[in-house]
Design a protein around this ligand. Structure first.
Ligand SMILES: [Mg+2]
Length: 225
C-alpha cells in the first residue's frame, strides 16, 4: 500500500543522542584487528560522516596508503558490524525528545518511515532496536550501500517506490542534525528538516537553509508535513 508520506530519519543526533563510545570503539578495534594498525577517531570530525569515510580518515592519519585502505575495507566493515552487535548498550534512555510520539503518529497516519544514516547497516539497525524503535522503520539506507549521504537518501526513496510504498509524487522528508543531512535532502528534491539535538545549534544549521528548522522533534507538528 502506498503510504501518505515518506519520512526518512538520520540516527545519531536525530533519533538518539549520546549513544556512547561503543560505535567508535567498534570502528577503531575493527581496523586494529583486521590490519594491526592502531587508529583513533580523536581528530576526525565524525558528525554527519559516513562510517567508511571515518575508517578511511583514521587510517590515513595513521599513515596508511589509499590502496591498502581500499583492500582492507571489506574486512574492516564486516568486523566492525560484528563487534557492535555484541557491544551495543541499551539505548532506550538515549532517544531524543519528541521522537517516540512522532513515530507513533507517523504510524497512525500510515507514513512510510525509513533510516538514512552514515552508520553501517548492522550498526544502524542494532541501534534503533536497542532504543526500542526498530519496529517503526520499514527500510533503511546505510554507509555500506553508497558513498555519500545524498546517494543513500536516493536509495531509500527508490526502495520505497520499489516496494510500492511510495511513488515519485509522494511527499518526502529527510530529518537530520547536520549540514550533510540538509544537503542530501536538497540533492534529492526532498523537504529538509533540521533538528538541533546533535552537534549543531539552531544558528549553525540555519546557515544551510533547511526547509524546516527545529530545536527538537517535539516542535514538529504533523500538520506541517
Ligand atoms: Mg546525525
Amino acid at each position: 500500500m502506498t503510504g501518505s508520506i515518506l519520512v526518512l530519519f538520520d540516527i545519531d543526533g536525530t533519533l538518539l543522542r549520546r549513544a556512547g563510545p561503543a560505535h567508535g570503539q567498534a570502528l577503531e578495534d575493527a581496523v586494529r584487528l583486521e590490519t594491526g594498525v592502531r587508529v583513533s577517531m580523536e581528530n576526525v570530525p565524525v558528525y554527519g560522516m559516513l562510517d567508511r569515510d571515518i575508517i578511511t580518515q583514521m587510517m590515513r592519519e595513521a599513515g596508511q596508503r589509499p590502496a591498502a585502505i581500499r583492500a582492507a575495507m571489506p574486512g574492516i566493515v564486516a568486523r566492525a558490524q560484528r563487534l557492535y552487535q555484541r557491544r551495543c548498550p541499551d539505548l532506550r534512555q538515549r532517544v531524543c525528545p519528541g521522537v517516540r510520539p512522532l513515530l507513533r503518529k507517523l504510524g497512525q497516519r500510515q507514513a512510510t518511515v525509513g533510516l538514512v544514516t552514515g552508520n553501517l547497516s548492522a550498526i544502524g539497525w542494532r541501534k534503533v532496536q536497542q532504543a526500542g524503535l526498530g519496529h517503526h522503520f520499514h527500510l533503511g539506507a546505510f554507509a555500506d550501500m553508497g558513498s555519500t549521504r545524498g546517494i543513500l537518501a536516493g536509495l531509500a526513496a527508490r526502495e520505497a517506490r520499489r516496494a510500492g510504498w511510495a511513488t515519485r509524487q509522494t511527499p518526502t522528508y529527510l530529518i537530520g542534525d547536520t549540514a550533510n543531512d540538509i544537503a542530501a535532502a536538497k540533492q534529492n528534491g526532498m523537504v529538509s528538516i533540521a533538528v538541533a539535538t546533535g552537534h549543531y545549534s539552531v544558528d549553525e544549521l540555519a546557515v544551510h537553509a533547511p526547509d524546516i528548522l527545529l530545536e527538537d522533534l517535539r516542535q514538529l507538528k504533523l500538520e506541517q508535513l
